[in-house]
Design a protein around this ligand. Structure first.
Ligand code: C2E
Ligand code: MG
Ligand code: MG
Ligand code: MG
Length: 273
């Protein structure tokens, strides 16, 4: 349509391109400033044991405390951070903050502390040849045993091959656990579980069972059991879903039915004053 209008339209089209690139530059600058000004915060969501719902671990989930727009969920900025490469320093900050928090809980709560902290990692972080060494340094600095950290990657990250697999092997060598997040939604084949060894599979919340709708949840549990991998059901919102998962044999779950993500200080407020 712009072309059909001739030169004037063409000009408007070019102007549109410029404003998109200007928008990208502005967003990049805003994310950089947010990182420098420490506007990011971590919320933590419990991962619980079934049956019973006892605390087993926590997953760290980043939020942006935006000066004008309020508290932003990752859906509003992670893709932009990945586009601009800023996910690498942001991910570094998330990892260090989560590991420090987990060490503080261990020191302050003892046996009541979450035994594991899970951190989401983006493809670019795994492709960075320094990543495994950075993780080792962060754990060492905080005094957190590597077995207390789980790194969550998606199937598409796991399909990255090459540098990604070298990093995953180095992390597992350290004792860090690796989880395949949102399992079942990606473009992977089941053979990914054989080719790319992981310690945990998180069944995507779109497969949480309901009455007469449990085939995938069952199949994934059987598959993980056969492979000696831990299964976690994500996005459990009702008692009925928790009961179905427990009856099926799931031993780990996460979701609003148990607890919503919350700031560290709210999570154990009743225990640490
Ligand atoms: P995820 O890793 O699969 O995390 C679970 C998401 O599901 C979280 O959304 C959580 O708040 C939400 N959730 C938990 N329980 C329920 C439930 O019962 N029902 C529903 N409907 N949702 C539930 P959130 O915090 O908005 O994060 C979205 C995604 O952003 C995460 O999905 C993860 O892929 C990404 N993300 C979060 N933090 C980071 C980070 O530090 N680095 C990177 N690279 N990605 C992150
Ligand atoms: Mg996750
Ligand atoms: Mg997930
Ligand atoms: Mg997700």
């Amino acid at each position: 349509e712009a072309k059909a209008r001739g030169d004037g339209g063409q000009q408007r089209y070019v102007a549109g391109m410029e404003s998109r690139s200007a928008e990208r530059t502005r967003r990049d600058a805003e994310l950089r400033r947010a990182l420098a000004d420490e506007q990011f915060v971590l919320h933590y969501q419990p991962v619980v044991a079934l049956p019973g719902g006892d605390l087993a671990g926590v997953e760290a989930l980043v939020r942006w405390q935006h000066p004008e727009r309020g508290l932003l969920a990752p859906g509003e900025f992670i893709a932009a951070a990945e586009d601009t490469g800023l996910i690498v320093p942001l991910g570094r900050w998330v990892l260090r903050a989560a590991v420090r928090q987990a060490a503080a809980w261990r020191a302050g709560l003892g046996a009541g502390a979450p035994r594991t902290v899970s951190v989401n990692a983006s493809p670019q972080q795994l492709q960075n040849p320094e990543f495994a060494a950075e993780v080792a340094a962060a754990l060492d600095e905080a005094g957190l045993p590597p077995t207390c950290l789980t790194l969550e990657i998606t199937e598409s990250t796991a399909l990255g091959g090459g540098a990604t697999w070298t990093t995953l092997a180095a992390l597992r060598e350290l004792g860090v656990r690796v989880a395949l997040d949102d399992f079942g939604t990606g473009a992977s084949t089941l053979s990914l579980l054989v080719d790319c060894p992981v310690d945990q599979v998180k069944l995507d919340r779109s497969f949480v069972p309901g009455p007469g709708r449990d085939a995938i949840a069952r199949a994934v549990l059987q598959l993980t059991q056969a492979m000696g991998v831990e299964a976690v059901a994500e996005g459990v919102e009702t008692a009925e879903q928790a009961e179905l998962l427990t009856a099926m044999g799931y031993r780990r779950a996460q979701g609003y039915h148990f607890a919503r993500p919350a700031p560290a200080e709210d999570l154990f407020a009743h225990r640490v004053g």
